[in-house]
Design a protein. Structure first.
Length: 222
């Protein structure tokens, strides 16, 4: 760990919310505000690998259930960052519905952002966070955003998007994602369009970072 980072407060920000709720927009705004002091760890990158399955079978999996993620590895990676160690974050190939062979090196930063639809549902991940955010956006708006994203960025058909939404996305949102909102410290309605909410978040985060510096240890986050 560098001497500069050792004597600075490290803050872990969790950003949760439904699929296409605007989490990415919130994170980009925080990145614009704090610059290079941000490390982003996405829960989606920790989807379990299914190399043993053919593509057709992987397409049928429920990717919106908590058991679809290797959350314990994500938690361990965040602990490593808090102790000043770089990590090799896995990556996920949405087109092949499987974990990629490539990894991304993530170095410790003053602000660590954990993002994903189910990060507040998982207690181990939740306990690592200093600030817990839930981005709350209307279901119809989220569906329209998801259709645009999956068609243009992930090459999926409208039929497959709607089928996945009705079979897994919507019911899993109602069972796991929406109830996790109760753990949030701050709820931001309308996502990135909510300028006052974003201002409140950056102000609060700045205040936390100016708190008395400490050296992060594993024991502080377990």
């Amino acid at each position: 760990m560098s001497n500069n980072l050792l004597h600075r407060k490290i803050c872990v920000l969790g950003v949760a919310g439904g699929s296409a709720s605007g989490k990415t927009t919130i994170i980009k705004k925080v990145q614009e505000y704090f610059g290079n002091d941000i490390a982003v760890i996405s829960h989606d990158n920790y989807y379990k690998a299914h190399d043993e399955m053919p593509f057709e079978e992987r397409c049928k999996l429920n990717y919106d259930h908590p058991d679809s993620f290797e959350s314990e590895r994500m938690a361990e990676d965040v602990r490593k960052l808090l102790k000043g160690h770089s990590i090799e974050m896995p990556t996920y190939d949405y087109c092949n519905h499987n974990r990629s062979k490539e990894t991304v090196c993530i170095a410790p930063r003053q602000v660590i952002i954990m993002e994903g639809i189910l990060i507040l549902e998982n207690r181990e991940l939740r306990d690592l966070m200093d600030i817990k955010i839930y981005v709350d956006t209307d279901a119809d708006e989220r569906l329209m955003r998801r259709i645009k994203r999956d068609m243009f960025e992930r090459g999926r058909s409208i039929e497959s998007i709607l089928a996945q939404y009705s079979e897994t996305v919507k019911p899993m949102h109602e069972e796991f994602v929406e109830p996790s909102k109760k753990y949030a410290d701050i709820i931001i309605p309308r996502g990135g369009e909510n300028a006052p909410g974003l201002d409140m978040l950056t102000t609060y985060l700045t205040k936390m970072l100016k708190a008395e510096p400490f050296e992060p240890t594993l024991g502080s986050y377990t």
